[in-house]
Design a protein around this ligand. Sequence first.
Ligand code: MLT
Length: 411
Amino acid sequence: MALVNGNYLKLPEYFFFNDLEGKINAYKLLHPEAKLIRMGRGDVSQAIPEEAAKAMADAAKEMGVLETFRGYGPETGYKFLKDKIIKFDYNAYGIQLEQDEVFVSDGSKSDVGNIGHIFGRDNIIAITDPVYPVYENAAIMGGRSGHLADDGLWSNIVYLGCTAENGFKPALPQDHVDIIYLCYPNNPTGIALTKAELKKWVDYALDNQAIIIFDGAYCAYIREKDIPHSIYEIKGAKKCAIEIRSYSKTGGFTGLRCSYTIVPHELMGSTETGEDVEVNKLWNRRATTYYNGTSYIVQRGAEALYSKKGREQCRALTDYYLENCKIIRDEMTACGFEVYGGVNAPHLWIKTPGGRSSWRFFQEMLYELGVVCTPGAGFGNLGEGYFRFTGFNQREAILEAMERIRNWKGY
Ligand code: MLT
């Protein structure tokens, strides 16, 4: 019989968000009449910018005409989109990139998982706690996690604690690590790092020959000054960082799938015998072998997000979700909750009242109010005692959820 990858068996059968969905579906079966308000999973609720919809409709027409039909595109993305990425997402911040340092893909979740393929199994991985669970799951599936200890932590993963005491900004690792996953503005805490704070991580990585995998999926939500949109705004970062970006939360592309990953030529890894290897070449090899490119139509849609109107429409979208966050923050604070985030990110990290466990609070809120949050424990040990709201629902739904919470005797 064929052997399976036993690392998968170290994980629960269902991924956290699917497990959560199962619990929500169970509630819906029991209460088919209930008007559920979802503020849990970070899925968007507004239509995509009109410019992107128009560009995709035009691209679909091109595909139906012999003269303009296209088959396989370049695996790492069309030049027309890479040009816009370089100009608007990097040159605008004083960063220069080559076309072949940009890899267009079908979602940052896929790239966050897949990037592990190009790194050796013996690397020590560091992740924050709480954390977007894909980083930890990928380390487990890739055989890098070691064993699960009694404290619920994996023996070969270094956990960087984010607590209210440190402002949810982790301290540098005490011991050497090889690969560090950082997500800022952060999911789930909604906290952003300043340039000076991110510089400490870049300096650590340079000093320790570590690589940072920087998940910048929420950079379109940055509103305060002095918060870097890209890790490459920090001197030396091209020598130590890969950056992953997504159009899901920038242009409402969760259902369309488009993202990109930057792997600078300057970034080096090492062979077992100590020779330097350009990481870009490995990622290019992987992309061209395992991927046939993001759909032409979707890439045209992403390109349109960079037009003048497209940028205005993206800004209006993210402003709308951030205004939702402000409403949630103000209302929840007025109700006596301890609330973090939601200023430079679409996530709010909130302490459960009365020291209740996050799963218990999730169930209570679901069954007593019909409001869905994400229990913090799903993001790691230090997520216990917290829950996450996102600002992605429609305004009316957010207002109604706040009203239900205000009138709730249960918290
Ligand atoms: C979340 O709720 O954290 C999101 O669904 C993350 C994602 O984009 O996969």
